[in-house]
Ligand binder design. Structure first.
Ligand SMILES: Cc1cc2nc3c(=O)[nH]c(=O)nc-3n(C[C@H](O)[C@H](O)[C@H](O)COP(=O)(O)OP(=O)(O)OC[C@H]3O[C@@H](n4cnc5c(N)ncnc54)[C@H](O)[C@@H]3O)c2cc1C
Length: 381
């Protein structure tokens, strides 16, 4: 067993940490104030290869895989969960194209995505419920046209990350009124009948765009169908269960690290009744719980991503990692805020942001209830 990162992975961690501290940290207050995504970071993130970390080298990416992506999300998430969330969903939008796209789709779409010249997302959730994608109502009707055959999409997706920024969206639709007849399409900005809808106002993750995307008679050429008709559920579920869940584990790891560091530094400095806080056993227990949760979440998450990089089955391990890391982030934000006492609730300390950001770790890419359903299946003969 080898717990060592490769020199390449260590270099990525250093680059991501420096970027997070030098470029992202100074923008967090503005993101919190305006709720706006920092567009000026897209170019340097593209140049650093952050968008293309999982895109194979032959399509312009770094081709470093999912352990490397986890390192990246952990480092960005340590400084801004909002930016890490936007990046994780970008990778999630790219994954179905890498895994199921035709050669033509990969050659056309992946290089500009890897450079950050175009942004991506995945649009599965609808107002009728996100836990069960088979309840999808967005329809795609095949249509023959003189300019070339295609599909006409009608429907509305909700809670979509990067909804207003993405140029490329992988969209799950129903192609026939039969239980398993779902098909995924790549919808591109500029296609008539496609537009972003309402922007959501959220409790946290400020600076990460979330909203609706609307399809009204949106014509998508056959060349933008992902896989065959009827493959959609398989395509979407594989991407969500692997890229989506490991991505949320990565954002959660970042939050866990931030909580340990913020609480640890404060407890070492703050004196109460003549002694630093970290000399009190009650505070030590909180710090110990924070570190233990961080490390357990780290091991589960890297195991799951290592399995994916080896091309091994990893659906249960991804669910375990996502379940544990996201619930640990919930616990960690509460503990970190408690260590800071009254200051933990004040604007000048990051713990109030962690308390608002943490709740999103649960629903995105599947709630804890859904994770437990997946995990329990592994225990059932
Ligand atoms: C900020 C944000 C960003 C998001 N980004 C995206 C995105 O980019 N793309 C995208 O497609 N979606 C996105 N989502 C949607 C997310 O995936 C869904 O919120 C999630 O799947 C849950 O769906 P729901 O919100 O409709 O809850 P519901 O499915 O209505 O669930 C409500 C409650 O019921 C529980 N529940 C549901 N089914 C069961 C069951 N069988 N047994 C026990 N309990 C159950 C759930 O755990 C939950 O507690 C995002 C959501 C948020 C909040």
């Amino acid at each position: 067993m080898d717990f060592q990162f490769t020199p390449e992975q260590e270099m990525l961690r250093t680059a991501a940490r420096e970027f997070a501290e030098n470029e992202v940290a100074p923008r967090v207050a503005e993101m919190e104030k305006t709720g706006r995504f920092p567009m000026e970071l897209i170019k340097p993130m593209g140049e650093a290869g952050f968008f293309g970390v999982t895109i194979p080298v032959e399509y312009g990416g770094l081709g470093l895989g999912y352990v490397a992506r986890l390192i990246l999300l952990e480092e960005i998430g340590r400084v801004s969960a909002a930016l890490a969330m936007a990046l994780q969903v970008f990778h999630l939008g790219v994954e179905p194209i890498v895994a199921f796209g035709s050669e033509e789709q990969k050659r056309r779409l992946l290089p500009p995505l890897a450079r950050g010249e175009r942004l991506a997302t995945v649009a599965v959730t609808e107002a009728g419920g996100g836990s069960d994608p088979s309840s999808t109502k967005t329809v795609a009707r095949f249509e023959q046209r003189s300019e070339g055959d295609g599909y006409v999409l009608d429907g509305r997706k909700v809670f979509i990350t990067n909804a207003h920024l993405a140029d490329v969206q992988v969209v799950l639709t129903k192609t026939k009124d039969e239980p398993k007849e779902f098909t995924a399409f790549i919808v591109e900005r500029g296609m008539a009948g496609f537009k972003p809808g309402r922007e959501e106002h959220k409790l946290g993750l400020l600076g990460c765009d979330t909203g609706e995307v609307i399809f009204e008679g949106c014509f998508v050429p056959v060349a933008n169908r992902l896989g065959n008709e009827g493959d959609g559920l398989k395509t979407a579920l594989k991407a969500i269960s692997e890229a989506g869940r490991s991505g949320m584990a990565g954002v959660s790891l970042g939050l866990l690290r931030a909580c340990v560091e913020t609480a640890g530094a404060y407890a070492a400095k703050r004196e109460v009744s003549g002694r630093p806080l970290n000399r009190y056993q009650g505070i030590q227990w909180k710090l110990a719980d924070l570190v233990t949760d961080r490390d357990a979440a780290t091991l589960l998450s890297y195991r799951a991503c290592w399995l994916k990089d080896q091309g091994k089955r990893c659906d249960v391990e991804m669910a375990t990692a996502k379940y544990f890391a996201s619930e640990a982030a919930i616990r960690a934000a509460k503990l970190a805020a408690e260590v800071l006492g009254g200051y933990g609730y004040m604007e000048e300390f990051a713990t109030q942001r962690y308390l608002r950001d943490r709740q999103l770790m649960i629903p995105s890419a599947g709630t804890s209830d859904v994770m437990r359903m997946v995990i329990a299946r592994a225990a059932t003969p």
